[in-house]
Design a protein around this ligand. Structure first.
Ligand code: AMP
Length: 210
């Protein structure tokens, strides 16, 4: 199954992507994680993306489209994938269509803005494998340590409140129009994000099985 996860920053796309990937045994393609890796290892692409990412702005379309094109051509994506954080603009969605990539469903994890800022302040990610946690809603088994790999949990610099506001603005202006883009294609399914991750997960799994 080829899936897209849409949703505001902090809506829990990454966590739901992990759940779906485990269930369907397909990879998650997270443009955010790929860019963060590039930034860490100091590649040309990482250097280009750095300033945008730190300001909470979207990285230019041509950069992310290139990343996704290369990643989807890899062998592990041939039996399906979950796109987490891509597309984020209409030109990105059009590029996906032009690549001939068939999309089965687009899940929007919907969380109202007023809940996003609070959620983001409690979000922690693993510095090694990128797994996502929340101090209140999805805490790790051992404080400060990743359940998957034992890596140290950190707060992303772009999860600070001012950057979160910039990211929400980008989301409403540039990403939200994708909802009607995919609604017109009959692919959009809205999942209401719940307080408890397990409750959202139940709704997500029901949506992909429907
Ligand atoms: P994320 O981890 O998905 O929230 O992405 C973090 C940051 O990476 C975003 O705020 C953007 O700066 C950049 N980014 C990730 N995916 C995209 C995309 N599809 N288009 C443009 N910028 C992106």
């Amino acid at each position: 199954m080829n899936l897209i996860l849409l949703g505001a920053p902090g809506a829990g796309k990454g966590t739901q992507a992990e759940v779906i990937c485990k269930k369907l045994n397909i990879p998650a393609v997270s443009t955010g994680n790929i860019i963060r890796e590039a930034l860490k290892s100091g590649t040309e692409m990482g250097k280009k993306a750095k300033a945008y990412m730190e300001a909470g702005e979207l990285v230019p379309d041509e950069v992310v489209i290139g990343i996704v094109k290369d990643r989807l051509a890899e062998s592990d994506c041939q039996n399906g994938f979950v796109l987490d954080g891509f597309p984020r603009t209409i030109p990105q969605a059009e590029a996906l269509d032009e690549m001939g990539v068939r999309i089965d469903k687009v899940l929007e994890i919907h969380v109202p803005d007023e809940k996003i800022v609070t959620r983001m302040s409690g979000r922690r990610v693993c510095g090694s494998c990128g797994a996502s946690y929340h101090l209140q809603y999805n805490p790790p088994k051992v404080e400060g340590k990743c359940d998957n790999c034992g890596g140290a949990l950190v707060q992303r610099t772009d999860d600070h409140p001012d950057t979160v506001k910039a990211r929400l603005k980008e989301y409403h202006e540039k990403t939200e129009p994708l909802k009607s883009y995919y609604e017109k294609q009959g692919k959009l399914v809205v999942v209401e994000g719940q307080e408890e991750v397990a409750d959202t997960t139940r709704l997500t799994l029901a949506a992909i099985e429907a």
